[in-house]
Design a protein. Structure first.
Length: 146
């Protein structure tokens, strides 16, 4: 007579095998993601060089990003934006974004608002050969390291 499986009964060995498979699968996913966007940009400063299909900076200005440890600062021609940043999983996630409060011409104030909204939209980031690209799905900015 054939042996029928008993559903709902698992041994400790079965649980260990299932846990090992889960841990291995998760590590494969994490390792696979890490290489797709490059090394964490800490200690780097970038200046915008292209914004295809995105907001066009006011003539004579660029967007500058600086990463130091777990902090980001950004400038777009008027005020300085700053906050904590998490770059894990290939996204720029800003905990809270503060700003200086200087009065500037309206075009520069609008550019600051746009940059704040862009950075807090959790854009994807990738680095390759001295450039970094931020892309939130509708806008993209390419930066050069300097």
């Amino acid at each position: 007579m054939p042996v029928r499986p008993v559903w709902g009964r698992f041994s400790v060995a079965d649980a260990r095998r299932a846990l090992a498979a889960l841990v291995f699968g998760a590590s494969v996913v994490v390792c696979g993601c890490a290489d797709s966007y490059g090394e964490f940009p800490a200690g780097k400063t970038y200046s915008s060089v292209d914004a295809p299909d995105s907001y066009m900076p006011v003539p004579g200005t660029t967007v500058v990003l600086e990463f130091v440890d777990d902090r980001i600062s950004a400038e777009a021609g008027c005020n300085r934006l700053f906050g904590t940043v998490d770059t894990s999983q290939g996204r720029i996630t800003i905990g809270s974004l503060g700003s200086t409060r200087m009065a500037c011409p309206e075009a520069l104030m609008e550019q600051d608002r746009w940059l704040s909204e862009f950075l807090t939209s959790t854009p994807r980031w990738s680095r390759d050969d001295g450039t970094m690209t931020l892309d939130n799905g509708s806008e993209r900015i390419v930066f050069a390291e300097f």
